[in-house]
Write a protein of this length. Structure first.
Length: 474
């Protein structure tokens, strides 16, 4: 029988061993909580980088800035589900949730998280229509692994939705003395974040303007004047000259670059006026350069390989040197000031806000030229296909906005879906029954693990296909 001293000795040995075992099993290089500044840096870079990658892979093809020789089925309107983008966007939403629930967070992190959540939520609903939003990312916290699919209208307009998040973020950031670290976009300048939030509000209010009365909200923002005004305000993450944060095409194999060419759609539009951005976006064809008469030519979008064989590829323009030969020649974009001024030009032309549409329009084009490093020539505005003179003014505004949206994710595609401008050419080789696509299919994983809610969403939007329009484009 153990005496009391022996028992105490055994307990001490056991406690000591258990403590050492617990310390041995703790990975000090993988902390249970990540500081909010590191999460913020990661979300900013990943979200902005995804916009530019998607702009190259799909956005500029769907908007017919670029065409594709082969491999990218999206150019023939076989969009698939784009599951990788779906997954990474929800992971970033989860990171934002973790960032704000950290004991090291504060009101400034919370306001910034609201802005980024609104931006990511808009990406999801604009690409897939009805999606999990209000119940998303509740698996760990509330054991909800089958979130409901929310309607696009609610995602935009309900409490806690896109517009509400942005308005609340502005209120929070306008009334806090808290500070953030890890802000690789605005270096902790909360005034810049307020401008970005208001600019996003203008973008999304205009987007839903066919379904909601947005005039008073837009006018209030315009009257306050606190939005992205110039290129110094642009919401972007610069790529770097040194690895690993370089523009990805700079490091890709040659085929990834040469498979993407100038589209005949943008070539035809540039043919209507003299625009120096053409030489930034594209190179003159090899054939024309060799003949001593440099010229730009496009390839029709959506052709089968057989149809493409009738074209001499040396006589089709490649993408510009800035997109291949310079590691930091482009930026990972969220939003530019030029887009905001185009929004205001359209809104003024449609009577949604006060102000002179031509003034906003001129400011927008000048900002776009400046962003691409081009000198401003006021005579550009006097060209027949450019000048606002009461003749097709909305078409001119939206066409210029489309040009300026080059490589900015899906923004040009979304505007085409909203307005039909510029008009897209549907290839006879398309794989979508001759229709211009308006969404991705839902990932198969949703059918497998969230089948009931998936089916309800499919029935509500009119089918899980590329042609089921969302609420704002009905």
């Amino acid at each position: 029988m153990l005496n009391i001293k022996t028992l105490l000795l055994l307990l001490i040995i056991c406690f000591s061993a258990c403590t050492e075992l617990q310390e041995f099993n703790e990975n000090t290089n993988a902390p249970e909580q990540v500081a909010p500044q590191f999460l913020l840096s990661n979300v900013l870079y990943q979200a902005a980088n995804n916009n530019s990658l998607q702009g190259w892979h799909a956005g500029n093809l769907l908007a017919q800035h670029m065409s594709n020789i082969e491999f990218l089925a999206v150019d023939r309107y076989n969009l698939g589900s784009n599951t990788p983008l779906w997954n990474v966007t929800y992971r970033l939403l989860n990171d934002l949730n973790t960032m704000t629930s950290s004991g090291q967070s504060n009101e400034a992190y919370e306001g910034i998280a609201m802005i980024l959540k609104a931006n990511l939520g808009a990406l999801l609903t604009d690409l897939w229509t009805d999606v999990p939003f209000f119940e998303a990312i509740q698996g760990v916290s509330q054991s909800n692994f089958t979130p409901a699919f929310d309607t696009q209208e609610d995602i935009y307009t309900a409490p806690g939705g896109i517009l509400d998040l942005l308005e609340n973020a502005v209120n929070i950031l306008s009334n806090t003395n808290a500070r953030v670290e890890g802000d690789i976009m605005y270096d902790g300048d909360l005034d810049q974040w307020i401008k970005f939030a208001n600019a996003l509000r203008l973008r999304y209010l205009l987007r839903i303007s066919s379904q909601a009365d947005v005039s008073s909200d837009m006018q209030a923002i315009v009257s306050a004047g606190n939005y992205l005004q110039n290129n110094a305000d642009n919401a972007l993450i610069p790529y770097l000259s040194a690895a690993p944060n370089q523009w990805f095409i700079f490091t890709e194999r040659e085929g990834r670059y040469t498979d993407v060419r100038m589209s005949t759609t943008i070539a035809g539009i540039f043919d209507q006026f003299d625009d120096p951005r053409e030489g930034i976006f594209f190179k003159p064809t090899t054939t024309s350069v060799n003949s001593g008469t440099p010229a730009y030519k496009g390839l029709p979008n959506g052709l089968s390989r057989e149809s493409q064989n009738q074209y001499e590829l040396n006589d089709i323009s490649l993408l510009g040197a800035v997109l291949r030969d310079i590691p930091d020649g482009v930026d990972a974009l969220f939003m530019k000031a030029s887009e905001v001024h185009f929004i205001l030009a359209e809104a003024a032309a449609r009577g949604l806000i006060s102000g002179n549409a031509a003034d906003y329009y001129a400011t927008a084009i000048e900002a776009s030229m400046e962003y691409f490093g081009l000198p401003w020539d006021p005579d550009y505005l006097n060209q027949d296909a450019v000048v606002l003179n009461g003749n097709n003014d909305l078409e001119k505004i939206l066409t210029q906005k489309w040009i300026a949206s080059f490589l900015n994710g899906y923004e040009a595609w979304l505007d085409i879906r909203r307005t039909g401008i510029p008009q897209m050419t549907i290839s006879p080789d398309n794989l979508n029954q001759g229709q211009y696509p308006v969404r991705y299919a839902y990932p198969e994983s949703e059918q497998a693990v969230n089948g009931v809610n998936y089916q309800l969403a499919v029935e509500r939007i009119g089918g899980d296909n590329y042609n089921s329009k969302g609420w704002w484009e009905q």
